[in-house]
Design a protein around this ligand. Structure first.
Ligand code: HEM
Length: 149
């Protein structure tokens, strides 16, 4: 992302996340409209998860200029998501749900801002997918080793 796009996203984030929980609530709302089948993977009460999600998102947005420093924790988060049942295609659904949630709360919006947000979120989901892929390969190796015994 260009430094200008990073500034756009950071400024926009400050405007859409003034009330704790609001952005995450809209995100899950959009996610379950787009993919109702994902709802059973999540706990019935989303309150705690909304807090975790917003904490993670705000940490990433604050550090967008050095996102590579967050690659390892994001890979770990992606590996955890394999156990929770997230599939690669779900990340694209989640990205669009998050863009829709942000668009719904943003006081100003245009194509350039939408593109910048999509790039920022892609920068989060790529390391998560990498972590998921490594986790999946490890499970496959363990299974293969078990079978060889
Ligand atoms: C932008 C991408 C995503 C981010 C930043 C994200 C972030 C998070 C965070 C921070 C947590 C809480 C972790 C914890 O409590 O330790 C979480 C939990 C979870 N996420 Fe995601 N997530 C993303 C995408 C997805 C997708 C695509 C799915 C698809 C199914 C998903 C399903 C879940 C589930 C099921 C949980 C656990 C709920 C529980 O506590 O049982 N996430 N996510």
């Amino acid at each position: 992302m260009t430094p200008e796009a990073i500034v756009l996203v950071k400024t926009s984030y400050a405007a859409v996340a003034p009330r704790p929980g609001l952005l995450a609530a809209r995100f899950y709302h959009e996610l379950f409209i787009a993919a109702p089948g994902l709802r059973p993977l999540f706990p019935g009460d989303l309150t705690a998860l909304q807090g975790h999600f917003e904490a993670a998102l705000s940490l990433v947005i604050r550090n967008l200029d050095e996102i590579s420093a967050l690659r390892e924790p994001l890979r770990d988060l992606g590996a955890q998501h394999v156990h929770w049942g997230a599939r690669p295609e779900d990340y694209l659904t989640a990205r669009e749900a998050l863009v829709a949630a942000i668009r719904g709360l943003a006081p100003v919006w245009d194509d350039a801002l939408e593109g910048s947000w999509r790039r920022a979120i892609t920068g989060i989901i790529v390391p998560m997918l990498e972590g998921a892929a490594v986790q999946t390969a490890l499970v496959a190796e363990e299974l293969a080793a078990d079978q060889a015994k």
